[in-house]
Write a protein that binds this ligand. Structure first.
Ligand code: UGA
Length: 422
């Protein structure tokens, strides 16, 4: 099939590359030249883009270079950021559709961007009313850092449309991929996307609350995770406590759903708590440091991990970034390290002379670092706050660190270490 992909962020470029890989004739376009030269940081993506552009079934062009219709199927993959009021800013989606209309007036328009329930129907009766386009909501569940793998191994594919022909065309996009298909209305498909992200965020905030309480009771969240996660009704995944969720999706989507509920007169109380818990969780290491040191002014502290999770260079709404600025606000002497963020002197140089380390992202480069060497480069009391519970507490304790995780025994473990507050 001839397929157009509008917007080459991480969803658009992954979609374009993966569709080209299975043999479709793909044209990817973006109005931002930078995006064409500098694709998102995503494992395997660069290789696929290079391979299929050279095989010529994938072209990546600036919008000004496109003169012909884009294809029978057009994927809209533009950003849907929050506006100042926390509502979804649909301007990029709308201008992408307006632009597509200047190239062709029929075809199947597939919305992959996350848009609020009701948007598709508004587009159909508004922007598309003077065209012969059919419209499909086909939400995306890719995760940054594993997006190419996720494309070929989805848990499900949701197709929101009232048209059998459009459904057939979208199924063709995923031919060969085995997974359940959910065929539903446009608005239901839109809601599925928000509900999925909201539920995952709820799981994270829930386990973070239980972890905080575990610190109070001096019990082990690791065992609680197993103890509840083995119940298939609960499930083990997305039950990792830590400093909370960040990134370009969860925070924005959860806020948007909350705002949408409010503006439609429904008070989604659970979601408000999920947001509150998450906003607080990233500052847990700060509370701990304040508790231990009192005044943080001039205290050499190293923040390990600035991206919102490993495997990406995305620092949007990242707990690590927010914590580092809060520490700077307290006039601490803050050093930072992240393997994907360029301007830093490297892990060992960053930790040298620090009295406390705060691990905010579980990068393998950090988890598997030489912790003995790190210990030797630090200054007492060598406090180690593991904000992702990704290190072995016993090993760290044996090395001499004053280790603290999230819900891993709290005071009881910490008290075993012999450090003297300055
Ligand atoms: C998320 C969803 O997982 C995707 O399905 C969805 O397509 C995407 O948002 C989107 O809406 O575009 P992503 O933002 O890439 O994907 O990242 P996740 O792997 O879901 O992690 C999100 C955040 O939750 C990270 O900060 C991560 O550290 C945190 N997290 C995750 C936890 O704190 N605990 C966990 O158990 C899992």
């Amino acid at each position: 099939m001839r397929i157009g992909v509008v917007g080459l962020g991480y969803v658009g470029s992954v979609a374009a590359a993966c569709l080209a890989k299975v043999g479709h004739d793909v044209l990817g376009v973006d109005r931002d030249r930078q995006r064409l030269q500098d694709p998102p940081y995503e494992p395997y993506l660069n290789r696929l883009l290079g391979l299929y552009t050279s095989k010529r079934n994938l072209r990546l062009l600036h919008t000004s270079e496109v003169s012909d219709p884009l294809g029978e199927v057009i994927l809209i993959c533009t950003g849907t950021p929050s506006n100042v009021t926390g509502l979804v800013d649909l301007s990029q989606v709308k201008s992408a559709i307006e632009w597509v209309k200047t190239k062709q007036t029929s075809g199947t328009l597939v919305m992959k961007s996350t848009v609020p329930p009701g948007t598709g129907n508004q587009i159909i009766t508004g922007l598309l009313s003077d065209t012969s386009f059919s419209y499909v909501s086909n939400p995306e569940f890719l995760r940054e850092g594993t997006a190419v793998h996720d494309w070929f191994h989805p848990d499900r594919i949701v197709i929101g449309t009232g048209s059998k022909e459009s459904e057939y065309r979208v199924r063709k996009l995923y031919e060969g991929i085995k997974c359940p298909y959910i065929i539903t209305s446009v608005t239901t498909a839109e809601m599925i996307k928000y509900a999925a992200n909201a539920f995952l965020a709820t799981k994270i905030s829930f386990i973070n609350e239980v972890a905080n309480l575990s610190d109070v009771f001096g019990v082990s969240i690791d065992d609680i995770q197993e103890g509840i996660g083995l119940d298939p009704r609960i499930g083990r995944s997305f039950l990792n406590p830590g400093v909370g969720y960040g990134g370009s999706c969860f925070p924005k989507d959860i806020r948007a759903l909350d705002n949408l509920s409010d503006s439609s007169g429904y008070d989604f109380q659970l979601l408000k708590s999920v947001i509150r818990v998450n906003n607080r969780q990233r500052y847990r290491p700060l509370d701990f440091l304040k508790n231990q040191f009192g005044n943080l002014e001039g205290l050499p502290i190293c923040v390990l991990g600035l991206t919102f999770k490993p495997g990406t260079d995305d620092t949007r709404e990242s707990p690590g970034v927010d914590l580092a600025s809060a520490l700077e606000g307290k006039k601490a002497d803050v050093r930072k390290y992240d393997p994907a963020v360029q301007e830093n002197p490297g892990l060992l140089a960053s930790v040298t002379g620090s009295k406390a380390l705060i691990l905010m992202t579980e990068w393998p480069q950090i988890v598997n670092a030489d912790w003995e060497e790190i210990y030797s480069r630090m200054l007492p009391p060598r406090l180690l706050f593991d904000g992702r519970n990704c290190l072995n507490p016993e090993e760290m304790y044996n090395l001499g660190f004053c280790y603290r995780g999230v819900g891993r025994g709290g005071e009881s473990l910490y008290k075993r270490s012999s450090w003297i507050p300055r």
